[in-house]
Design a protein around this ligand. Sequence first.
Ligand code: HEM
Length: 465
Amino acid sequence: KRPGDLPPGPTPLPLIGNIPALFGGDLLQVSRNLRKQYGDLYSLSLGPYWIVFVNGYDLLKEAFVKNADVLSDRPDTFSIKVLSERRGIVSSNGHRWKGQRTFALAALRVFGFGKRSMETKILEENKNFIEILEKENGKPMGLAGLINRSVSNVICSITVGKTFSYDDEGFTQAVNLVGEEISNPYGPLVDMLPFLQYVPGDMFLIKRSFKNKAILEQAVKEEIEEHRQTLDENDARDFIDAFLLEEMKHKEEEGTDFEDDQLQFTILDLFAAGTETTSTTITWAVLFLMKNMDIQEKMHEEIENVVGSNRQATLTDKTDLPYCNAVITETQRLGNIVPLSLFHMATEDLVLENRRIPKGAIVIPVLDSVQNDEKNFPNPEKFDPTRFINNEGKYCNQDKIMPFSLGRRVCLGESLARMELFLFLTSMVQKFKFLPPVGEQPPPAVGSLGITHGPLPFNVRCVPW
Ligand code: HEM
């Protein structure tokens, strides 16, 4: 039974709890339906967990910023405990998480986060990407895989100190496997209903996940070993080197988190979190632009006026390109890339809106509720960048959405992601118009939900202006 002081929700049934509530579509749809009935705070009883959904800008702030002491841990779910072994940054808690996140942020800054050197790397990668699009000569193509590999190269240049050719087999396999895991539609379901692990066969892709994990771990292990063989103590080349040097400092320390297993998961976290999210956003942008030729033309015109056609836009152009910024922010809003963020856990009982969130509950920051808030964004289904342009033609309102989540677990790669989105999208629209295959209508803007919410595969023609 649902204790009377918990957030409201459908009545749990004996043994199966609120499983029937999940029959209403994917978890995003389920959450939207429940909100209509129960308001901003509601709960489900699933498997061993109470799952609490937190909606709305103010309540999200109260929960994850004001009560960050209680709501910043990850729960004991299958993906966190078993697949990620509670290691790395995304899946660790407490002392380990704090130490690893702090180290990673500092090291990433040394290797380019927020710096001009990073901009140069992104622009270089972008040039290669544009050249490949040029070679396609306006033929219809699925762009998502290529964007994925190009974006992935940016994070690889910092973590493993090199980039890969787009037809490198090992690299392509790693990028595809990570994509498969992050967009696995059963991932959140198995996390909430752990007994699904024991269903015979591989209907929920769990065996597949273990296989993918083994391949990815082996690839990273090899990179770490190669780095160890060529390590120069006075010259860290990349994130792996910096971590190996840190390992040396902590060698004598019992139970230290600076060891190879931890490094392996952190590299995989950065690779996974740093690739799929950004490339999915860029892919949504191409789809939205293809469906809105007038917006595409306006964005191109702004780039032509400010940057011209002989050089790539750089970050110094950013403030002079308000419409481009608005298109990117509107893409993040409507694309709704991580609509339910990642799962958090309540480490103590907590009272919100006079309701008790019990210790051990999985707590979901419903970022979707902010991105699609009708009060701030009338007609939220419409792609309309002018929501982020004020009367003076300036870029505004970007803080009305929270695609990178909030609180202590806020996305660690936000500054890199913002750079990438701006530099990739401006140079893509500078060179090409995005059109559907001849004789076809642009595809519907329909997404599928795993951890990320990505568009269904579609073909596009990239035709020079
Ligand atoms: C547009 C691109 C991106 C979006 C929309 C995005 C969004 C998010 C979201 C919603 C979270 C979950 C926060 C929470 O638990 O409440 C997150 C976490 C994280 N992101 Fe990103 N992200 C993006 C790009 C990146 C990049 C480029 C990196 C690479 C460095 C990155 C690294 C991480 C890491 C390591 C975490 C885990 C943080 C922690 O648990 O402490 N993300 N991101």
